[in-house]
Design a protein around this ligand. Sequence first.
Ligand code: AP5
Length: 263
Amino acid sequence: MSNNRFVPRTGTAQVLAKPERTAWFKGGTHHCLIPPRPPGGKAWRIVLLGAPGVGKGTQAELLGERLGTCHLSTGDVFRAAQGCARAELTPAMQNALDYMKRGELVPDETVLNMVGERLRCLSCTGGFLLDGFPRTVAQAMALEQLLESNGIELTAVFDYELPLEQIVARLSGRRTCTLCKTVYHVASRPPKVAGICDQCGGKLFQREDDRSEAVKMRMEAYQTATEPLIDFYQQRNLLVSIAADGTPEEIYQRTRRSLRTRD
Ligand code: AP5
């Protein structure tokens, strides 16, 4: 591991430069210019479960920069497509964005095609942090088959748990950078200047699916379609439940401790 992948950080924790995720965002034959290279060559292959807004993306950011592995969010790929002109998108992707706006799940077939175009990310030697996929039992079974046929084993599935009222408070205060996609919260992680990203100076926006009607839909979709995955992964002895209250750092430390038992 070359030292130039380490970037300075205040405090004691040393962090790794973020993998740039070209292969995940563009799919197909695209390669990452800076592939993830975990220290010591230990690649973690992790699924992050939990209700919308529980803090999966925030934890993926912390885990990614400290374990040196890649944050693969299906929601991020759909949101990146939102920035394209509608005529540039396939009918399946246009359809997917309509589902997303309403807070409904995108159909399994569209999601699985999208992940299928990004298989190199699942077999990447740097490992992965899957965030937002799988989200239905059909998706979990498809992932299991894909991993098995490539000889890849999951390290763990983290299920983040938090009472509903705290989740809703997290969602309603979330703001995201239009340019670099860094996530803030108006109360718990405010930017130094209101409405402006600390990292790149981009404008912050509120996600369309964080409106209250869409949030209600997303919670319902989570309960009916995604919660059954808790049993699915418990039966496979992969599930680790993590309390998601407290600061992001406290939750990270809880996550990290539970990962040690799987070293
Ligand atoms: P996706 O992007 O996956 O969204 P989600 O699962 O709804 O999760 P969120 O991104 O809303 O929340 P998060 O848990 O990452 O929380 P965050 O860290 O941002 O999916 C969006 C849509 O895409 C879906 O609804 C669906 O339509 C579609 N889709 C995607 N994948 C799909 C699939 N596989 N199948 C079908 N459809 C799919 O944190 C939230 C806020 O809280 C932030 O402001 C953050 O700063 C703050 N915060 C975080 N941690 C803390 C803390 N410890 N204390 C205080 N505040 C905190």
